[in-house]
Design a protein around this ligand. Structure first.
Ligand SMILES: [Zn+2]
Length: 437
């Protein structure tokens, strides 16, 4: 009887989440209570520690929360990397509450969690949050980590060498990205109301817009958030000076930054990430949190569903053994650091509905090409499935670590602007690579 009462208490504790700010101890207690109440639906772990030694907690939700399953894409939300931008931190706790209490009751949430593994990190900068003593709408020192570093300027950069020393919080996230097959994510901030997408940085002539090869997908992702948000799509700026048409912007078009997390995810993590600015006031009074949750709830859910866009599958050899590190890309969308299969031979490519040629390549073997017709799949909670099977046995592909030096510097995506000499050099290099492997 005592045990039953105890479980009921845990459930009620987990369900009763107040609209107030949860400091480090309360946040940890809340996450632990959720995991205790929903042990088979959640997995709680720390991916590292902050400078001051606080755990960087991640709660994972899904039908199989402790490990990756073939075909189930990994999704993540990260908030509060700027310690004084606090709305994301709290609404992610409410998202957790909503997901666990809806699972098994709401058919959409049940299907979503049966077919997606959702990783939620309410704070990437717990020290900065604790250092911000009073709610304040404007910029404060709590933005930075304990070493005074801006974590959203702290990642390796695809366009220029980033000389900032990599902080423990950044390193933890980089390792996390390396260890999971993340496909889609968002990074929650405050101080504006807009969905911003990669690239944040550029070199050379950009004409005010730094376009990635997947620009169409990024615009769709950003609009999915802004149009499902209570007001973001209106694009009204915070200061009556800057407005954002449809509530979205290319990161660089807004302002250039180096070492940001979204570019890092896209270039090195094979993960499409956008940056969500959720509140004009960075650290609003707690009595506004309930409204922020209501304004963002639908958008947060609809955005997760987008992880099922496009095409996914496994690359195997003649014996059916998975081929890790095979390059799988859509024609016309070359990632400078090509997207590769994981240890299980899996790939995930986010693409809008349409016709595409998908290319699976293992250096030294003939590439496999497949034309696929991609329907809108997000409502089915599964991307189109397309496997590739090489006709040879024991096909091995070497793990090619992407260079840590800037990659996009010399490349221009804007069609005819590609310099012929550089293009030829790249082709030659690729040919040489294939020969030497
Ligand atoms: Zn920020």
């Amino acid at each position: 009887v005592i045990r039953v009462v105890g479980i009921l208490c845990l459930i009620s504790v987990a369900a009763a989440l107040d609209f107030k700010y949860h400091h480090a101890e309360e946040l940890e207690a809340y996450l632990k209570s959720v995991h205790a109440a929903y042990p088979s639906l959640t997995h709680l772990h720390s991916i590292g520690r902050s400078v001051e030694g606080r755990n960087l907690w991640v709660l994972v939700l899904g039908r199989f929360p402790t490990h990756h399953k073939i075909g189930i894409p990994e999704f993540k939300y990260v908030a509060n990397m700027h310690g004084d931008e606090t709305v994301g931190r709290e609404i992610l706790l409410h998202l957790i509450d909503f997901l666990v209490t809806s699972y098994g009751r709401d058919p959409v949430i049940t299907r979503l969690l049966n077919n997606t593994r959702v990783h939620i990190m309410p704070t990437m900068n717990p020290d900065g949050f604790e250092a911000t003593k009073v709610p304040d709408c404007y910029y404060s020192r709590g933005r930075y980590n304990k070493n005074g570093e801006d974590l959203n300027r702290n990642f390796p950069d695809a366009f220029e060498s980033n000389n900032a020393s990599i902080q423990p919080e950044t390193r933890a996230v980089m390792n996390w990205i390396k260890n999971e097959t993340f496909v889609l994510s968002a990074n929650l901030h405050g101080g504006a109301l807009v969905a911003s997408y990669t690239f944040d940085n550029v070199t050379g002539s950009s004409k005010g817009y730094s376009r990635s090869p997947d620009d169409d997908v990024f615009i769709h992702l950003a609009k999915t958030y802004s149009f499902n948000h209570a007001s973001m799509y209106k694009g009204t700026g915070c200061d009556n000076r800057q407005t954002f048409p449809e509530g979205i912007t290319n990161g660089y078009s807004w302002y250039q930054l180096e070492g940001g997390m979204q570019d890092y995810n896209y270039v090195w993590g094979q993960c499409f990430e956008i940056t969500l600015e959720l509140s004009c006031c960075k650290y609003p009074p707690a009595d506004q949190l309930e409204k922020f949750w209501r304004d963002n709830k639908v958008a947060l859910i609809e955005y997760i569903k987008q992880v099922h866009l496009g095409v996914k599958g496994q690359v195997t050899d003649k014996n059916g053994d998975p081929i890790p590190n095979a390059i799988v890309e859509a024609k016309g969308r070359p990632h400078v650091c090509p997207y590769r299969t994981n240890q299980l031979g899996e790939y995930f490519l986010l693409l809008l509905p349409g016709t595409y040629v998908i290319n699976a390549t293992v250096p030294g073997f003939k590439s496999l090409l497949k034309t696929v017709e991609i329907p809108d799949t997000t409502g089915n909670f599964s991307a189109l499935k397309q496997d590739f099977s090489f006709p040879e046995v024991s096909v091995r592909s070497r793990a090619a670590s992407c260079p840590k030096i800037p990659l996009y510097q010399e490349l221009e995506w804007a069609s005819a602007a590609v310099k012929p000499t550089l293009h030829h050099i790249l082709v030659l290099m690729t040919v040489l690579l294939v020969i030497f492997q």
